[in-house]
Design a protein around this ligand. Structure first.
Ligand code: HEM
Length: 376
């Protein structure tokens, strides 16, 4: 009976969500668009993944995750909101279809959430009284996007699973996974759930805990180690820069004044440096975007690592991965996409369990932007 109810719910969802997300703008196959599991580009298949007991296996199987994931569970909402994963996937895939920059935005949102106070959705909290001191006001977070997608998911879940409190932190984790997975039409890693939402959000902590673009290898390794992420995680997760963009001010020094002598960073491939200079001529335009993975920034592939080996890492922190022998050999091995995607899946599960609040800790926010006591 329970399963019949779940099936009916899912059917109603299919019909309703089509109205929410639309079916237009189906993506074209892009270079390296892997089509695992025979979904054949049929977006009717968009609704077939997720849920529980679905096929999460195959190429992206992040097997071997027998650990406790910080107390998170794979079937946390099985009874309370069985259609959760289908709903989130439908909304996110609908948005990604319309906006191909969304996977990078939602992936970075999850990372910036987890690195500051753990994966507790503290990044979503809006300032109260215009004080501008919450995480989202910190400089590294000012170019983050995707907040409206999280709001939409929260609202739709409120309609389809009334009375069920799905945490904003779980929504962020699912949205990131589904956005990146859209290209493959199947989930790239399992999202374990049961996170609760934090009640504190502090811009200075974001500045302290997020590595800057200019970080060297030791700094990166130490910052990651604070969250129990090792060097394999550091290199694999840096592979997130296979998608998305940065802005000219963050590469300007490397291009024009590396050591204060109007010079270019010698660690940059000279041809690549010239390409970057064309995109970012002086005087610096803060709004101009630069692909992190040159000419491949909308495709989740291993081109980022191939580029790195040719000294085409865009940020200093990318290039830094070549300065340590162990990291360099990982970079080389991740040029093989199968190897990279397996490592990435494992590290994303680890990252998704950083400092999570569970049980009675924190709260389940009613509005992801507002802690409950302020939600009057
Ligand atoms: C290793 C340390 C890292 C550093 C220093 C770093 C730094 C940066 C910087 C400076 C940007 C560009 C921001 C801008 O110009 O607006 C960026 C973009 C991005 N980062 Fe990282 N990042 C790191 C790790 C990660 C990790 C672990 C992830 C995810 C798992 C990630 C995902 C992304 C994505 C997807 C973008 C592109 C965002 C977009 O296009 O909207 N980064 N990162």
């Amino acid at each position: 009976m329970k399963y019949l109810r779940a099936s009916v719910t899912i059917f109603v969802l299919l019909v309703s969500l089509l109205a929410v997300v639309g079916e237009e703008d189906k993506p074209k196959k892009s270079k390296g668009d892997f089509n695992h599991g025979g979904h054949g580009g049929d977006h009717g298949g968009d609704f077939n993944n997720g849920g529980h007991g679905g096929d999460h296996g195959g190429d992206f199987n992040n097997g071997g995750h027998g650990g406790d994931h910080g107390g998170l569970q794979s079937d946390f909402y099985r009874d309370s909101c069985p259609a959760l994963e289908n709903i989130v996937q439908s909304i996110v895939w609908g948005r990604v279809r319309k906006d191909p920059t969304m996977p990078a935005k939602l992936l970075r949102l999850h990372y910036h959430d987890c690195f500051v106070r753990g994966c507790d959705a503290s990044i979503l909290i809006d300032p109260v009284n215009g004080d501008n001191t919450t995480e989202k006001n910190a400089i590294p977070n000012r170019t983050i996007g995707g907040y409206d997608v999280i709001d939409l998911i929260k609202t739709v879940l409120g309609q389809f699973c009334p009375g069920t409190d799905v945490s904003c932190a779980d929504i962020v984790a699912l949205a990131a996974r589904d956005a990146v997975s859209f290209q493959f039409r199947k989930p790239m890693w399992d999202v374990f759930m049961g996170r609760r939402d934090g009640t504190v959000s502090n811009a200075t902590e974001a500045l302290r805990d997020l590595p800057s673009a200019g970080s060297n290898y030791a700094t990166l390794r130490n910052l990651f180690a604070r969250f129990n992420l090792d060097e394999t995680d550091l290199v694999a997760l840096s592979g997130a820069h296979t998608i998305g963009v940065t802005h000219c001010p963050l590469v300007f020094r490397r291009l024009y004044n590396f050591s204060g002598k109007n010079d270019t960073d010698p660690a940059l491939n000279p041809d690549y440096a010239n390409k970057l200079k064309e995109i970012c001529p002086p005087p610096v335009n803060p709004a101009t975007r630069v692909e992190l993975d040159f000419e491949s920034s909308r495709n989740f592939d291993s081109n980022y690592f191939s580029g790195l080996t040719l000294n085409r890492g865009t940020l200093t922190s990318d290039a830094a991965l070549l300065t340590d022998p162990e990291a360099k050999s990982l970079v080389e091995s991740y040029q093989d996409f199968d190897t990279f995607k397996k490592a990435f899946a494992i590290s994303m599960v680890k990252m998704g369990s950083i400092g999570v609040l569970t049980g009675n800790q924190g709260e389940i926010r009613k509005n992801c932007r507002v802690i409950n006591q302020n939600n009057v």
